[in-house]
Ligand binder design. Structure first.
Ligand SMILES: Cc1cc2nc3c(=O)[nH]c(=O)nc-3n(C[C@H](O)[C@H](O)[C@H](O)COP(=O)(O)OP(=O)(O)OC[C@H]3O[C@@H](n4cnc5c(N)ncnc54)[C@H](O)[C@@H]3O)c2cc1C
Length: 452
C-alpha cells in the first residue's frame, strides 16, 4: 500500500550496479539518506573479488583469496563499525608484527613496528630486518615524494637487503605487480597511511571466519533491515540516456525506468564499465593472484606461532593458517596461470612443507586462479583511472580501479563507494529539493573526482 499523502514527494531510488565491496559500501553509505537503495549484481552472490565459497574437495569454506588489511585502513574499519561487524576482522598479530622466513636459507626474522604514532622502531636493531641500518629505512621518504611516473624500482635500491627482505614482499602484495614496474605513488600512499603512522596503523588484520562472514553477510543483513533490495543474476547490459541523464537501465531480462531524481552508481570492473560508457578511459590490463588451500588432518600452525607468515626465496609469498587449512598467496602470478592446478598445488606444497617442517604427502588441495585480480598498477596504467564523476549528473563510478589514490584494495574499493554515493546525494538533493539533504554527513574525506 502507498502510504504517501497527496503532495508528498515520492522517494527517489539509487540503483547500485555491482555488489562487490565498492557497491556494498555505496549502499551502506546511502542507507539513511531517505532514498530507496537497490543493488543489482550479475552473479548469484554478492562479494565480487572479496567472497567466500564452500569447497567440496576440502569440505571447508575458503576465500577466493587471502586478504590482509592494515590498521590504517580507516574506511574499512568505518564500514565494519557501521554494520556492527568489527569483531569479525581479527588482528593477525598483536601487537603489530610481520614474521618472515627465507626458504632458501631457513633464516627467520620479525619486523616489529612500535605502538605509538612516531615510527622509532626503525632505530632499534631488534625490531628491524636483520642486516639493515636505520638509514636504509629513510629511503621510504623517496616513495612519499615520488613523481606520478616513477616506479618503486626507480625510488628504492632494489639490490639492498631491506628491499629483498621487506619492501619487495610488501610491495608485490600491495600492488600485485613486480615492484620494479609498480607505481611508487601508490606504494607511497600505503606507506603514508600505515608505516609512517606507527604500529597501530600497520597492524595486520584478517577475516576471522572468512571474507563473506566479515564483510558481505553482515552488510547485507544490516541493509536488509533498512528496506534495501538486492537483485542477484541481474546483469546490466545497457544504459539508456535521455536529456543528458541516465533514464533507464537495461538488464538481461528487464528494463528499469528511472524517475526524476533517481540516480545510479556503477560499481563494476573497468572493462564492463567501459562497455556501458563508450569513450571512457579505464585501465585495461590486469595482473593475476594465485591462491592455494590445503586441508591438514590437524589444526594448522605456522613457524613462529602467528597466523600469517611472509616467505621469500620460494614461489609461495604469504602463508595463512585458519583452523585446519593452510592457505598460500602468490601475487603478480601471471607467469603461473597456464600451469595445471595439480602442478601448482604440488609446487606450492613444497614451499609450505619446507616452511612448516612437514614431511607428509600433499593433503587435499584447492587452487584458485584470479586472472583479473587487480588492474595492472604501473604508473602508466594508474593514469587511466577515471574519477567518480561522469558526464551524466545522475551517474557516478566506483570500484577499486577508479582514481582513489590508493592501490586496488578493499580500502580503496570502500572509499570509492563512499565517494560515489556522496556525489549522487548532492545530485538528487538538488533534483528533488523535498528529499532530505544529508550532504554534510556524507561528505567523503577525499574527493576522488579528479584523475589520480
Ligand atoms: C585473490 C585476491 C586477493 C586480494 N588480496 C587483497 C588483500 O590482501 N587486501 C586487500 O585490501 N585487497 C585485496 N584484494 C583486492 C580486493 O579484493 C578488491 O580490491 C575488492 O574486492 C574490489 O571490490 P570492487 O567492488 O571494486 O570490485 P568487484 O569485487 O570486482 O565487484 C564488481 C561486481 O560487479 C559485478 N558485475 C560485473 N559486471 C556486471 C554487470 N554488467 N551487471 C551487474 N553486475 C556486474 C561483479 O560480479 C562483481 O560482483 C585481493 C583481490 C583478489 C582477487
Amino acid at each position: 500500500m502507498d502510504s504517501r499523502r497527496p503532495g508528498d514527494i515520492p522517494m527517489t531510488t539509487i540503483h547500485i550496479v555491482g555488489a562487490g565491496v565498492a557497491g556494498i559500501a555505496a549502499a551502506v553509505s546511502l542507507s539513511d539518506s531517505g532514498r530507496k537503495v537497490v543493488l543489482h549484481e550479475a552473479a548469484g552472490q554478492a562479494g565480487g573479488r572479496c567472497r567466500s565459497l564452500h569447497d567440496p574437495v576440502l569440505d571447508r569454506t575458503i576465500d577466493n583469496g587471502n586478504h590482509l588489511l592494515l590498521g590504517g585502513n580507516h574506511a574499512a574499519f568505518g564500514l565494519l563499525d557501521r554494520i556492527g561487524a568489527r569483531d569479525r576482522l581479527i588482528a593477525a598479530a598483536e601487537p603489530a608484527e610481520f614474521p618472515f622466513l627465507d626458504l632458501a636459507t631457513g633464516e627467520r626474522w620479525t619486523l616489529r613496528p612500535n605502538a605509538g604514532p612516531l615510527p622509532w622502531w626503525m632505530l632499534v636493531p631488534s625490531r628491524r630486518v636483520p642486516g639493515t641500518r636505520f638509514r636504509d629505512y629513510l629511503a621510504l621518504l623517496k616513495l612519499l615524494r615520488a613523481a606520478p611516473g616513477a616506479t618503486v624500482g626507480d625510488r628504492l635500491d632494489t639490490t639492498s637487503t631491506l628491499y629483498k627482505r621487506l619492501w619487495e614482499p610488501l610491495a608485490v602484495a600491495a600492488l600485485n605487480i613486480d615492484p620494479k614496474l609498480g607505481s611508487a605513488r601508490l606504494m607511497g600512499a600505503v606507506v603514508a597511511e600505515t608505516f609512517m603512522r606507527g604500529g597501530a596503523a600497520c597492524q595486520p588484520f584478517i577475516a576471522r571466519r572468512g571474507l563473506s562472514d566479515t564483510f558481505i553477510d553482515p552488510a547485507l543483513a544490516w541493509l536488509g533491515k533498512r528496506g534495501f533490495e538486492l537483485r542477484t543474476r541481474a546483469r546490466l547490459r545497457r544504459l539508456e540516456v535521455r536529456d543528458g541523464r541516465v533514464a533507464a537501465l537495461e538488464f538481461a531480462g528487464d528494463t528499469v525506468e528511472l524517475a526524476q531524481g533517481d540516480a545510479v552508481v556503477l560499481a563494476l570492473p573497468p572493462a564492463g564499465t567501459a562497455e556501458l560508457l563508450p569513450g571512457l578511459t579505464v585501465p585495461e590490463a590486469h595482473t593475476a593472484i594465485l591462491n592455494a588451500h590445503y586441508r591438514l588432518d590437524r589444526p594448522a600452525t605456522l613457524p613462529g606461532g602467528q597466523i600469517f607468515l611472509g616467505l621469500i626465496g620460494g614461489t609461495a609469498e604469504w602463508l595463512f593458517a585458519r583452523d585446519d587449512v593452510i592457505s598460500v598467496t602468490v601475487s603478480a602470478a601471471d607467469r603461473l596461470m597456464d600451469q595445471s592446478a595439480g602442478d601448482l598445488a604440488a609446487l606450492l606444497w613444497r614451499d609450505v612443507a619446507g616452511a612448516c617442517g612437514l614431511s607428509e604427502a600433499m593433503p587435499p588441495a584447492r587452487i584458485i586462479k584470479e586472472k583479473r585480480a587487480t588492474f595492472r598498477q604501473t604508473p602508466a596504467d594508474s593514469e587511466q583511472r577515471p574519477g567518480a564523476r561522469t558526464g551524466f549528473p545522475n551517474l557516478s563510478l566506483a570500484g577499486d580501479w577508479t582514481a582513489t589514490g590508493l592501490p586496488a584494495t578493499i580500502e580503496g574499493a570502500i572509499r570509492s563507494g563512499n565517494n560515489a554515493a556522496s556525489l549522487l546525494l548532492r545530485y538528487s538533493s538538488v533534483e528533488r529539493p523535498g528529499q532530505p539533504d544529508i550532504r554534510a554527513s556524507h561528505r567523503s574525506p577525499m574527493d576522488i573526482s579528479q584523475r589520480a
